[in-house]
Design a protein around this ligand. Sequence first.
Ligand SMILES: C[S@@+](CC[C@H](N)C(=O)[O-])C[C@H]1O[C@@H](n2cnc3c(N)ncnc32)[C@H](O)[C@@H]1O
Ligand code: SF4
Length: 419
Amino acid sequence: MGILTSISRSWLTKTTKPFHFRSGENNALSFMHTPQLGLYIHIPFCRSICSFCPYCKVLYDEELSARYIKALLAEIDLVGKECKGQKKEVTSLYFGGGTPALIAEDIASIIERVNTYFVINEGIGVELHPEDCTTERLQMLKDAGVSKISIGVQSFQPEILKILGRDPIDYDSVFKAIRQVPFETVSVDFIFALPTQTAESLIQDIEFAFAHGANHFAMYPFIDFTFTQRKFARQQERDKKRLLYDIVRYCEECGYHRDSIWTFSKTGRSRYSSMTRDNFLGFGCSATTLLEEQFKINTFDVEAYIRQMNQRRMATSLTLFFTKRQRMVYYLFWTLYSMELSETNFEAFFNKTLHSQYGFEMKLAKWLKLVTKDGDTYRLTTKGSYYFHYYEHFYTLSYIDQMWSLMQKQAFPAQLIIR
Ligand SMILES: C[S@@+](CC[C@H](N)C(=O)[O-])C[C@H]1O[C@@H](n2cnc3c(N)ncnc32)[C@H](O)[C@@H]1O
Ligand code: SF4
């Protein structure tokens, strides 16, 4: 597994140099001239902790949450200073977690602080646990300016929820609340390739969500991180592949629009895309920032994050300063999440043509029927999206798993070298 990612990294970056993440606070974040910038805010609190979940999270505690929000506002000010009184236009703002809707009453003040420095053009999204979907909480989010919600359903099937260790949910009241407080995008998160899951049960889940007010869904493949404590077996790779192909075929037949590797929209009009952005600024513990020249990640330690902010210091744990080629690989990876790669956008970003940098690779991908080309845009085929996922899975298990497991043990590691 490590070998596959090492070979492809060396091939695409045209060097055997590893990714070297260094420690350091890194105060200078230059983003005023960065195009297509998105914002992400991490809220690490959950009512209970799920055994399969790799994200940075802690049990909700009112006092800790109040201190965390104060720290978050301080980080927004610290980073926002770079704007020097001018407002920076950004695409969108996403709140992820953890369970951001748990602090619904504070979302308005966080958005207000973000609005001091940024102009958000494409809406604000928030992740919810199904238990958060009450009329009051949804109304609070809507009044704060939230336009998109995504609900972590995982599955509507009681036996799957049991495997995941989740209590049964009264979905009649969840969907009643959603109908009473409408949002532009109502997305539902599912996980697939869990034990006993079949294409029929997944399709049933999709149809149930669409029939009850959702207009978008994410179908994530189950990722088995080494540092989580999941207690169930995962499906074989070939069964997972069959499930993915069956779901994609079904969605194509129904005319649902695939707007990224894992997400589908009922009509093509709704979007929830916290992943598909060229550049982003991340706030909160564990949040990542991706700019033209660097990738950086904040500490996973909630108390350490708060301490840094109380001293008005950045909470950066590790930073990678890119070589041009490394940045290109990051660009290709994140852009292909949206299933499309535009030659014009690549050239605008790097001032070099895609053909001059990856002409051979794109030709090979076309020959292998992994992509098709329409005008200046390459689009992943179903086969291409499967192999993208296959590669992403390796990447996640050899890169993200290594990084996140280290960061869960140490607030500020000295360095991380990924070969
Ligand atoms: C941060 S959580 C979502 C919000 C909320 N806390 C919840 O669980 O309902 C984001 C989503 O990641 C997905 N997820 C979590 N663990 C996963 C894993 N091991 N493999 C694949 N997807 C996972 C789930 O679909 C989850 O809804
Ligand atoms: S899946 Fe959601 S509720 Fe469960 S631990 Fe992860 S973030 Fe928290």
